[in-house]
Design a protein around this ligand. Structure first.
Ligand code: GLN
Length: 275
């Protein structure tokens, strides 16, 4: 039995649970191998401890981080992701929390969990009115059970993008002139060293905003430079940690959830073999 949790402090956690159930049904009906899945809402450390894998939903990353801190969940979350390297997926605000570095916005900054060696730019496309939907290509879905016939509907709500990949290192040095505008996940040498021993994973870029989508967005009146935005990274993976800057949970398309459940199943199985 595999337990996957969704952090349920704020944001679109309910929608993730719905799609996880849908994806698990498809997975079990399409493969010989039957997995018993349990999907739970996570609000306490005990619930987190019961999880083999976790989703951090979209919402408001500062709020999620503050509530996590006041519920005593921040350090356990860091251990979950960085020490135990259990499969974790962050969407939008969730991706921000999983980044090692983010820009500080006007309202301040939150504490990051970290786990993916990237810097994200929060609210990259602008404010609420600059939210948009656009068809996106997700090449990593190609071997999925549901044939990739249609592009995925990318829902971007005050979305972040991955601005750059950071060198894999223990703790990020912030340059003096960047201190004001940068938040980084705290370096905890013991944890980082242990995590590094487990895996020395590189950041993989899984998807970029396609030029087609960028042009559509530009044509819709949102003020972006289509050529430049076409380079924006919208999905990354480093070992067991995965992040998307858009919200698959706000569609009824279970393809990414299905792909992720497969990743989780494989990770749990290889963990059990290693024991
Ligand atoms: N802009 C939000 C933040 O910084 C994220 C938006 C979202 O998750 N839809 O947390």
């Amino acid at each position: 039995k595999i337990t996957a949790g969704v952090l349920a402090l704020q944001g679109a956690f309910y929608e993730h649970l719905q799609l996880l159930r849908k994806a698990a049904d498809i997975l079990n009906s399409s493969s010989q191998q039957q997995t018993q899945w349990k999907f739970i809402e996570v609000r306490t450390k005990a619930q987190l401890d019961a999880c083999d894998a976790l989703i951090l939903p979209g919402g408001e990353s500062t709020t999620i981080s503050l509530v996590a801190a006041s519920s005593g969940l921040l350090e356990p979350l860091r251990d979950f992701v960085k020490l135990h390297r259990k499969p974790t997926w962050g969407t939008c605000a969730g991706l921000i929390l999983l980044a090692e570095s983010a820009n500080r916005t006007k309202k301040g900054g939150q504490e990051l969990i970290g786990g993916i060696d990237v810097r994200v730019n929060r609210n990259h496309f602008g404010r609420q009115t600059e939210s948009f939907q656009a068809p996106i290509d997700l090449p990593f879905l190609q071997d999925s059970t549901i044939p990739e016939t249609l592009p995925f509907n990318g829902v971007f709500i005050r979305a972040p993008v991955v601005e750059r990949i950071l060198p894999h290192q223990q703790g990020i040095q912030i340059e003096e002139n960047q201190r004001e505008e940068t938040i980084v996940a705290p370096s905890r040498s013991a944890v980082d060293t242990a995590a590094q021993k487990i895996l020395e994973d590189q950041v993989e870029v899984l998807a970029k905003l396609p030029g087609r989508a960028a042009r559509l967005v530009a044509n819709s009146g949102v003020n972006i430079d289509a050529e430049k935005e076409a380079e924006d990274i919208i999905a990354v993976k480093q070992g067991n940690v995965f992040g998307t800057s858009f919200h698959p949970e706000l569609t009824d398309d279970p393809r990414i959830h299905l792909w992720w459940l497969r990743q989780v199943r494989d990770a749990v199985q290889s963990r059990n073999i290693d024991r």
